[in-house]
Structures are given as structure tokens and as C-alpha cells.
Design a protein around this ligand. Structure first.
Ligand SMILES: Cc1ncc(COP(=O)(O)O)c(C=O)c1O
Length: 456
């Protein structure tokens, strides 16, 4: 990783042939060797199993710090962390494990848009003389990282370009950062299996490297090297810039879809990768069906979270599992725009999601509206059509009517002010095309390029 030497702030980094969770475990094991008396990892809660399993596998006990909710967004609970550090023996705390990238509605611990929690956590760590490890799993691609990308000279140095460096350097300068770890697959679209361990203390970073027992494998480093050489700096920059606009596009599309189905987008401005949309049903539990419908249609990156769930992860009981807190007020679905995502993929996702949501609401919501007028009811599709439904005045309903009017009058182009029909409106009327069947064979994984999809 000689390229990193081109970045003044970066002191050391290397690629481990282990994915993020296991790489975090190795960092924590290094801390354990330095302070064998330490028992606890203070963990601002992020509902992703690897985030907590990494500490448990390293033999530590987790002190779960529940977030604070402000509107829709869940923030790092700094007062609770402060309280814990004041009340605990600092020697018993192995580290605070913060996370800069996570599913909505959790705001990342870096929260660069507002106040940087990671800097605040680093300050707390410095004051209490407690180590600080940052899980930056897919944080390299967030908008703040893209900001000053053009200023970076070496290809690999873009891993740690000035903006990201700024956050971590602020944290390191004003407080304490022992290491920050990022996934290779989530940031460089390579196969799962590698992570970049980086930090400001050469000795500590090389100590982590030395704990690795064995020689292999060189594949994750080779994958990153080949990818960066083939993309080049410009290619990678383009992907970062495109991801940013794709995130905005995804948010717009989801917002429109939400409005059509009387749902709303969760307001989580600090999270610039993942986004959520509320889901309502007579019986909230039935919403899990939506998740499996999406999954069986090969949309594996999004996840449906229903309040009230609880999960035992390796002996740690977490109430409200999935939503990062015990009592999130609404069910929701999350989707994310990771590096490499294309407009076509987002369109496919929205189209599949809308079909599924339509089917779901039709089945589960009383007084379900119809998106097609009575006279075009298709017995083969078994679509219930009730024009007096609560959605009948949505733009979708009017698209349909306008489409029919146009057909009758022989019009081919939409007239001024018309919306374009949503992609599946024709599918709904086609005798040969089951709206669901038509998408089963389309492989779409909106999160293939680095989004967390397993381990939830
Ligand atoms: C925030 C976060 N941390 C850690 C992980 C675990 O990553 P890996 O599968 O590379 O171990 C994930 C996976 O999605 C994640 O989202």
C-alpha cells in the first residue's frame, strides 16, 4: 500500500485477507494483547450482526449504547457514552467501537453534515485514555469523501482523500483514533473477503498486521490492485460522483413511490448512502412478507424492518432488532445506493418494489384501491378494481385514464403536462404477463456493489 504514503495524514494501512467483521476482530484482539485486563467494548448500536459479533468473537463483553431519536433519525448517544466512561474503570474498557456507515434511519457515527460524533467520541476516548476503533465498512464512498477527490494525486491515496482524512484527522488530532477499517468489496466492487486497516500510529497498525496467523490469501489485495489499475483514478472518481447522483435519484424515486401509496420517505439527512420509506399495513407483522417477496425476486439489498422484533445475537438480546433501537415508531423498508449502482438498476428496483407493494397492499389493506379502472379488469390477473378507493385520485389512476383516452383518440404521444405511465401499467393489463412472474427472471441485486445484505 505504498500509495498511502502519498497522503501526508495517513501513517499506515494494509489490506487484510479478511472481510470487515473479522478484520475488526483482529484489531480488537490486538487491543486485548495490549491490555489483557480489558473486558468491555462500548458499542453505539448499529443493527448489523458483524458489528457486534466482531467484539464477541474477540472475547469482549458488549456494552450496548442505544441511540437517541430526533424525528426519524437515530443519533449517537454521546451523553450515555460520557456517563459510561465516567462510571467505568477505564482499564476495563477495551475500546469504543464507532461506525461511520449504516442503514437508515440510523445516522452514521461520523454525522459530518451536522456535528461529527466520531470526533466527539474520539475526544471522549482521549480524555478517558480509552482506545477508539472506527468501523468505516462502506464509508469511503459517502459524499463527503467525494468532495475533494480531484485534489488527490495517487490512485490508492483516494482511499484516504482529504475530506475523509479531515474527519479522521480531526478525530485523531483532537481526540483518539487507533484504527479505522473499511471493506474492499463495499468500496471497490471486488469480491467479499478483504478489508483495509488504517490508522495514524504505525506501530499499532503493524501490530495488527503481525497478529495475522498465516500467509494467505493474496487475492483481496490483487483484486483491489487490478480494479484500481483498470479503473484508474478518473474511472473511480466518476463512480463516486455517479453514486452521489444515484443516491439522489433513488431518494426521488422512492419519495414519488411513497406518495403514490400514502407512505413517506424517512427524513434521515445524515445518512447519505441508505434511505428508508415507511410501510403501513393493518397487521405490521405481515410486512415481513414484503421482505421475502422482494428477496425471492432477487432484490436482496433492501430490508424490511417491523417494530417490536427482538433478536438474540450470540447471547446479546436486542429489542427492536433491525431498527437500531428498541422502539422505533414505524415499520419501514431501506434501500441504498452504493458505488457502481446504475440508473437502470434503480428503475428496476423501483418497478419491482412498486409491483410488490401494490400486490401486498391489495392483499392486506382493507378498502384497497385499484390502480386499474373496472372496465379493464383482467380476470387472469385477478386484480381487484374499486374506483372509489382512496388511491383512485393518485397520479397513477389518472395516468391510466389518460392512456386509455389517448388510445381511443389514436394519440401516440403524451400531451403536455401528462406524466409518463409507470413501467408496469401495461403489464397489469396484459393477459400474458403476471406482474410478478414478469420480474422473477430478472436478476437485480440493488446492493451487489458493496451494500450490506447479509447478517441482519
Ligand atoms: C456497518 C457494517 N459493518 C460491518 C459489516 C460486515 O462486513 P463484512 O461482511 O465485510 O465482514 C457490514 C456488512 O454489511 C456493515 O454494514
Amino acid at each position: 500500500m505504498a500509495g498511502c504514503s502519498g497522503v501526508p495524514n495517513m501513517q499506515a494501512c494494509f489490506i487484510l485477507p479478511l472481510a470487515t467483521g473479522m478484520s475488526l476482530t483482529l484489531c480488537l484482539l490486538t487491543l486485548r494483547r495490549r491490555n489483557p485486563k480489558a473486558r468491555y467494548v462500548l458499542w453505539p448500536r448499529i443493527d448489523q450482526k458483524s458489528c457486534l459479533k466482531c467484539s464477541l468473537t474477540a472475547g469482549f463483553e458488549l456494552v450496548v449504547v442505544e441511540p437517541l431519536r430526533e424525528g426519524d433519525e437515530l443519533h449517537t448517544n454521546l451523553p450515555r457514552l460520557t456517563e459510561l466512561l465516567q462510571s467505568m474503570d477505564p482499564g476495563s474498557v477495551a475500546c469504543i467501537l464507532s461506525t461511520t456507515s449504516c442503514f437508515a434511519p440510523r445516522a452514521p457515527d461520523d454525522e459530518v453534515c451536522c456535528v461529527s460524533s466520531v470526533v466527539a467520541i474520539a475526544k471522549l476516548c482521549k480524555k478517558a485514555d480509552v482506545p477508539h476503533i472506527i468501523n468505516n465498512a462502506y464509508g469511503l464512498q459517502c459524499p463527503v469523501i467525494m468532495g475533494n477527490i480531484a485534489k488527490v494525486s495517487a490512485v490508492l491515496s483516494m482511499l484516504f482523500h482529504p475530506c475523509l482524512n479531515w474527519i479522521f484527522m480531526q478525530a485523531a488530532r483532537r481526540g483518539r483514533v487507533d484504527a479505522f477499517i473499511q471493506s474492499t468489496d463495499k468500496n471497490f466492487m471486488v469480491p467479499v473477503g478483504g478489508a483495509i486497516v488504517a490508522g495514524f500510529d504505525v506501530e499499532f497498525i503493524s501490530a495488527i498486521g503481525k497478529t495475522y496467523p498465516g500467509r494467505g490469501s493474496a487475492c483481496p489485495s490483487m483484486d483491489v490492485l487490478i480494479t484500481l489499475l483498470s479503473l484508474g483514478l478518473e474511472g473511480y472518481q466518476k463512480l463516486l460522483v455517479s453514486r452521489k447522483s444515484m443516491f439522489i435519484y433513488l431518494a426521488e424515486q422512492l419519495r414519488d413511490l411513497a406518495a403514490r401509496y400514502q407512505e413517506r420517505l424517512l427524513e434521515t439527512p445524515s445518512n447519505t448512502i441508505s434511505i428508508g420509506i415507511t410501510l403501513t399495513a393493518d397487521n405490521a407483522k405481515s410486512l415481513t412478507e414484503l421482505g421475502s417477496m422482494l428477496f425471492s425476486r432477487l432484490v436482496s439489498g433492501s430490508r424490511v424492518v417491523v417494530p417490536g422484533g427482538s433478536k438474540d445475537v450470540e447471547g446479546i438480546q436486542l429489542e427492536g432488532w433491525g431498527s437500531h433501537c428498541p422502539n422505533y415508531p414505524t415499520a419501514y423498508l431501506t434501500a441504498a445506493a452504493a458505488i457502481g449502482i446504475t440508473k437502470k438498476e434503480i428503475d428496476q428496483f423501483i418497478s419491482k418494489f412498486e409491483k410488490i407493494l401494490h400486490k401486498f397492499k391489495e392483499k392486506h389493506l382493507k378498502n384497497m384501491i385499484a390502480l386499474t379502472p373496472p372496465e379493464v379488469e383482467d380476470s387472469q390477473q385477478k386484480l381487484k378494481v374499486t374506483p372509489s378507493s382512496k388511491w383512485s385520485n393518485t397520479p397513477r389512476g389518472s395516468w391510466k385514464k389518460k392512456d386509455r383516452r389517448r388510445k381511443k383518440s389514436g394519440e401516440t404521444q403524451p400531451t403536455d403536462g401528462d406524466h409518463q405511465s409507470p413501467p408496469e401499467s401495461s403489464v397489469l393489463n396484459s393477459p400474458n404477463s403476471d406482474p410478478d412472474q414478469s420480474i422473477v427472471n430478472n436478476s437485480l441485486d440493488i446492493s451487489t456493489n458493496g451494500l450490506p445484505q447479509q447478517e441482519i
